[in-house]
Design a protein around this ligand. Structure first.
Ligand code: SF4
Ligand code: SF4
Length: 85
């Protein structure tokens, strides 16, 4: 298990997400899932189902065509810092 597993916050901008499910396909940790429910955009919603499995690789953030994902490392204490490339 990665030492950093579970130390990342995953935020989805629901206004920008168009439910293309690319993040579901690219995440190597199975963090995302496709819901059975149809959401407001008339498509099955994208879910952050297992955020505890995130290792901060940022593949999802880099792949999202709508820049709707922000991965933030949870620092010691309560502060956070954004993962940048
Ligand atoms: S890749 Fe981006 S737009 Fe596509 S489902 Fe994931 S968050 Fe939404
Ligand atoms: S940063 Fe990597 S492990 Fe975390 S949700 Fe995105 S693709 Fe999955």
């Amino acid at each position: 298990m990665s030492a950093k597993k579970g130390k990342f916050r995953i935020e989805i901008n629901r206004d920008w997400c168009k439910c293309c499910y690319l993040c579901v396909a690219v995440c190597p940790q199975g963090v995302f899932a496709r819901s059975d429910k149809v959401g407001q955009k008339g498509k099955a919603e994208q879910l952050v189902e297992h955020p505890e499995n995130c290792v901060g690789c940022s593949l999802c953030q880099l792949s999202c065509p709508d820049i709707a994902i922000t991965i933030t490392e949870i620092a010691e204490g309560t502060d956070t810092k954004q993962v940048t490339f």
